[in-house]
Design a protein around this ligand. Structure first.
Ligand code: F6P
Length: 321
C-alpha cells in the first residue's frame, strides 16, 4: 500500500477535523502518501482527489465541521455507483480508504470492502446511533451544546414558571435526548424508542408543578412520535394553564469546537485506523469498547441498529421526581 484516501461523509460532527489530522499524520509516520477525497462519496464519484501533507492539517484540531467537506451521496448507494467509485479510486492511484462518518457511510465503506477494496471505517455522528461502538466522534460535543442550552432555558423557565419543550437531533435514535435529559435534569424525555401518549405529557408536567416545581424541561428527540411543536399545540388545547414555549436546537448541535473527549477519541480512532490499514486489514470499523479501542467488522455494524439504552430512561424518570 502506497497511497491512502480519506473522506468524511454524511452529517458533519465536531471532531472530524481532529480525526483527519490524526489520520494524515499517522499515515505520514508510516511513509504513506495521502489523498483527500473531497465532499464524501460525491468526491469518489467525481474523482475529486487532492494531495494532503502534514502541514495541510495544521491548525484544524479545534475546528468543528470538516475541511474535507461532506455530502449525502445517493449515487454511491447503488451497485452501479459503487462499481464506478471503485474504478475512480483505482484510477486516482488510491490503494485503501478511510471513511469517517455515520451508519450510512459505514454501508458505503462495506460496499467497497465487498468489492475487494481495502477500507477502514471511523464512526462519527452526533446521533450515537452506530452499532458496535460506545461512542462516535461528535457525540460528546453535541451533548455539551445541548446541556448548555438546557441550563440557559431553565433560567428563564423558572423565572416565568414555564414549561419548555426542547427538541434535539436524532432521527432514529433517542440517545442525545435521553442523555441530555439525564444530565440536564429534565422533567420528561420523549424518544423514538418509547411510546409516550400526549395525555401522559400533560399529566406528568401538571403533577410536577403540583409537587412544587417552578419550571419544566421536556426534551423531545427529533424522531419521537410527536415533535415539540405538536406537543405544544396539544398542551395549549388540553392543559391551558401550562405556559409552554418551544426551542428547536437544530443544526447548532452539529457545530462548535470539539470537546477534549472528542479530540482524544478522534486521535485514537484515526491512529488505529491507519495502523490497521497499513497492516493489511480491511472491512472493519474502529470502535470504543469500554476504555479500549477495538475493531468491529463492518458487516456486523451495518447489520444492526443501535437504539438508546432504556436503563437511562427509567433513571431520567426517577431523578425528575
Ligand atoms: O445524522 C445526523 C443528523 O444530524 C441527524 O440527527 C439529523 O436528523 C440529520 O443529520 C439532519 O441532516 P441534514 O443536515 O442533512 O438535514
Amino acid at each position: 500500500m502506497n497511497c491512502i484516501g480519506i473522506l468524511t461523509s454524511g452529517g458533519d460532527a465536531p471532531g472530524m477535523n481532529a480525526c483527519v489530522r490524526a489520520v494524515v499524520r499517522t499515515a505520514m509516520a508510516h511513509h504513506l502518501q495521502v489523498k483527500a477525497v473531497m465532499q464524501g462519496f460525491d468526491g469518489v464519484m467525481h474523482c475529486n482527489f487532492q494531495d494532503m501533507r502534514a502541514r495541510d492539517v495544521g491548525g484544524i484540531i479545534q475546528q468543528g465541521g470538516t475541511i474535507l467537506q461532506t455530502a449525502r451521496c445517493k449515487e454511491f448507494y447503488t451497485p452501479e455507483g459503487q462499481d464506478k467509485g471503485l474504478k475512480n479510486l483505482r484510477y486516482g492511484g488510491i490503494d485503501g480508504l478511510i471513511v469517517i462518518g455515520g451508519d450510512g457511510s459505514m454501508r458505503g465503506a462495506m460496499a467497497l470492502h465487498e468489492r475487494g477494496f481495502p477500507v477502514i471505517g471511523i464512526p462519527a455522528s452526533i446521533d450515537n446511533d452506530i452499532w458496535g461502538t460506545n461512542m462516535a466522534i461528535g457525540v460528546d460535543t453535541a451533548l455539551n451544546t445541548i446541556v448548555e442550552a438546557i441550563d440557559k432555558l431553565r433560567d428563564t423557565a423558572s423565572s416565568h414558571k414555564r414549561a419548555f419543550l426542547v427538541e434535539t437531533m436524532g432521527r432514529h435514535c433517542g440517545y442525545l435526548a435521553l442523555m441530555s435529559g439525564v444530565i440536564g435534569g429534565a422533567e420528561m424525555v420523549l424518544i423514538p424508542e418509547v411510546d409516550t401518549p400526549l395525555e401522559a405529557v400533560a399529566d406528568t408536567i401538571t403533577e410536577a408543578y403540583v409537587r412544587g416545581k417552578s419550571h419544566a424541561i421536556i426534551i423531545v428527540a427529533e424522531g419521537a412520535a410527536y415533535n415539540a411543536s405538536q406537543i405544544a399545540q396539544y398542551l395549549a388545547e388540553h392543559a391551558p394553564l401550562l405556559q409552554t414555549r418551544v426551542t428547536i436546537l437544530g443544526h447548532i448541535q452539529r457545530g462548535g469546537r470539539p470537546t477534549a473527549f472528542d479530540r482524544l477519541l478522534a486521535a485514537r480512532f484515526g491512529m488505529q485506523a491507519i495502523e490497521s490499514l497499513a497492516h493489511g486489514e480491511s472491512g472493519n470499523m474502529v470502535a470504543l469498547d469500554g476504555r479500549e479501542i477495538s475493531l468491529v467488522p463492518l458487516g456486523e455494524v451495518t447489520a444492526h441498529k443501535r437504539g438508546a439504552n432504556l436503563d437511562y430512561f427509567a433513571m431520567a424518570k426517577m431523578l425528575a421526581k
